[in-house]
Design a protein around this ligand. Structure first.
Ligand SMILES: Nc1ncnc2c1ncn2[C@@H]1O[C@H](COP(=O)(O)OP(=O)(O)O)[C@@H](O)[C@H]1O
Ligand SMILES: O=P(O)(O)OC[C@H](O)CO
Length: 500
């Protein structure tokens, strides 16, 4: 009997694959980074072939390190960086351009033009999203308008659009399936989140032809099987979800009110609002959390574009650390008397501000400011932004649970950062034993689809805490620090668009 489930987690900076056994234990994994392309300021691209190659190679690595063959794997679950747009030619299976990544800001002007037409409210009502280059719709339009011959090829039915899940399923099944799951579809700005269907008026507004779109599917189901040659046997694909929703599932945040926050390249906090589609009054997003066994759950989401990316900046941009995990110890050595703020608006500001033109800023520098103070400011900026998101969530939906926050993602490994997070948000921060919650969520979906783990309750009970970080900072100090943060954000927003 097939005892294992393979999760493929295709993220912004790396692709990971993990083989889980029936007890949700990681039995073997593989991880590979791939190149980031920055052809112009504010543009971010990936080579879709890299995403595909690393998905296959890391899966093979995971299987060999687990000592597991294809026939022992009950199902594959896929999870992916969301919003990123891949477009390929159905005749060759080759991308027609590099993938445009969720962080890419090239379509800011297109968004501004649509905003000026006064359709933003209607878009928000249908999609739960705010008009921003972050989402897929304007990226798709950009490819159709800027790649020679793309519109004609689309009209002739030769082109396919997909988010990264669609691309991987297409390639894994040898071009037999062209699908997108509801969570990824809900981030395209072309999907009506009430019906979970493509919306004709949005397709017209963004000038996207229906012929290029994938079929929208739930998070579990039969999504085809891999070609025989890839892994030495056919493996069914039974689960798909965008990575933030997969993390929410992996954190077993199934009850309305539960919140998880994931600290990878960006930070994404999701509040499960159950069957209720809550409309935010504080510029949060309403999004599909999951559709499992036909039941749709929604979430309020706060998206911060720069979290771990600020640590990458310390490492690769400033060169003041040589490894990401040195950032916490360096921050711990900072001079407590210096209060330095970094507003890391390197690619604009996300929730709740949504300013694509904002650029990063440092405040409070003195002659004594050095690497330690900058590291502290970078890590703290993520904590302050999380606080802004959680407060907005509570105002939007008072049923949001304030008794704990479940965290995961690469940065959650930093004890210093997690303690600071608890201090600044004033809520206990729970880090689970399984750090790879995104992959676990995708695995659970696939295992659920394949009847390996039919029971949601049982999965919830398997969630275990590694550590709870409890606030040590007194309220007075917290308020002082937060006031300074607000002033720093205000100044950054004020400066936005004013640089020569
Ligand atoms: N110990 C650490 N302390 C602080 N940041 C870390 C640590 N380990 C990893 N990171 C940051 O976390 C990010 C990687 O997290 P990950 O969840 O793998 O991201 P993604 O899925 O976006 O590729 C990187 O940006 C890295 O700088
Ligand atoms: O790949 P991550 O973990 O940075 O997640 C990216 C998000 O899905 C973007 O919305």
């Amino acid at each position: 009997m097939s005892e294992y489930v393979l999760a493929i987690d295709q993220g912004t900076t790396s692709t990971r694959a993990i083989v889980f056994n029936r007890d949700y234990r990681n039995c073997g994994s593989g991880q590979q980074e791939f190149p980031q392309h920055f052809p112009r300021s504010g543009w971010v691209e990936h080579d879709a072939e890299d995403l595909w190659r690393t998905a296959v190679e890391t899966s093979r690595l995971a299987m060999s390190s687990a000592g597991v063959s294809a026939c022992e794997i009950a199902a594959i679950g896929i999870t992916n960086q969301r919003e990123t747009v891949v477009m390929w030619d159905r005749r060759t299976g080759r991308p027609i351009h590099k993938a445009i990544v969720w962080q890419d800001r090239r379509t800011a002007e297109h968004c501004a033009r649509i905003r000026a037409d006064g359709t933003e409210q209607d878009i928000g009502r249908k999609t739960g999203l705010l008009l921003d280059p972050y989402f897929s719709a304007t990226k798709i339009a950009w490819l159709l308008d800027n790649v020679a011959g793309a519109r004609e090829a689309a009209r002739a039915g030769h082109l396919a659009f997909g988010t990264v899940d669609s691309w991987l399923v297409y390639k894994l099944t040898g071009g037999r399936r062209h699908v997108i799951d509801v969570t990824n579809a809900s981030r395209t700005m072309l999907c009506n989140i009430e019906t979970a269907e493509w919306d004709d008026s949005l397709l017209a507004l963004f000038n996207v032809p229906k012929a290029i779109l994938p079929e929208i599917v739930g998070n579990t189901g039969d999504f085809g099987e891999t070609g025989e040659a890839l892994f030495g046997g056919r493996i069914p694909i039974r689960g798909i979800a965008g990575d933030q929703q997969a993390a929410m599932i992996g954190q077993a945040c199934f009850e309305p009110g539960m919140v998880k926050s994931t600290y990878g390249t960006g930070c994404f906090a999701l509040l499960n609002t159950g069957a209720e589609r809550v409309t935010s009054q504080h510029r949060l997003l309403t999004t599909i959390a999951y559709k499992i066994d036909g039941q749709m759950h929604y979430a309020l989401e706060g998206s911060i574009f720069i979290a771990g990316a600020a640590v990458q900046w310390l490492r690769d941009g400033l060169g003041i650390i040589d490894r990401a995990d040195r950032s916490g110890p360096l921050a711990a050595a900072a001079d407590a008397g210096q209060i330095v703020y970094l507003v890391p608006a390197f690619t604009g500001l996300g929730a709740p501000w949504w300013d694509p033109d904002a650029r990063g800023a440092l405040y409070g520098l003195t002659r004594n400011t050095g690497p330690a103070e900058l590291a502290k400011a970078a890590l703290e900026s993520v904590c302050f932004q999380t606080r802004d998101l959680l407060r907005a969530m509570r105002k939007d939906w008072p049923r949001a649970d304030e008794t704990f926050l479940r965290v995961d993602g690469g940065m959650a490994a930093s004890d210093w950062m997690m303690q600071r997070l608890a201090d600044i948000v004033g809520v206990p921060v729970d880090r689970p034993v399984v750090h790879e919650t995104t992959a676990l969520g995708a695995a659970w979906l696939a295992g659920h689809g394949a009847q390996v783990w039919p029971d949601m309750q049982g999965f919830s009970q398997s969630w275990k805490r590694d550590h709870r970080f409890v606030a040590r900072m007194d309220e007075g100090e917290r308020q002082q620090l937060v006031l300074g943060w607000r002033a720093a954000v205000r100044s950054t927003l004020d400066f936005s668009g004013k640089q020569p």
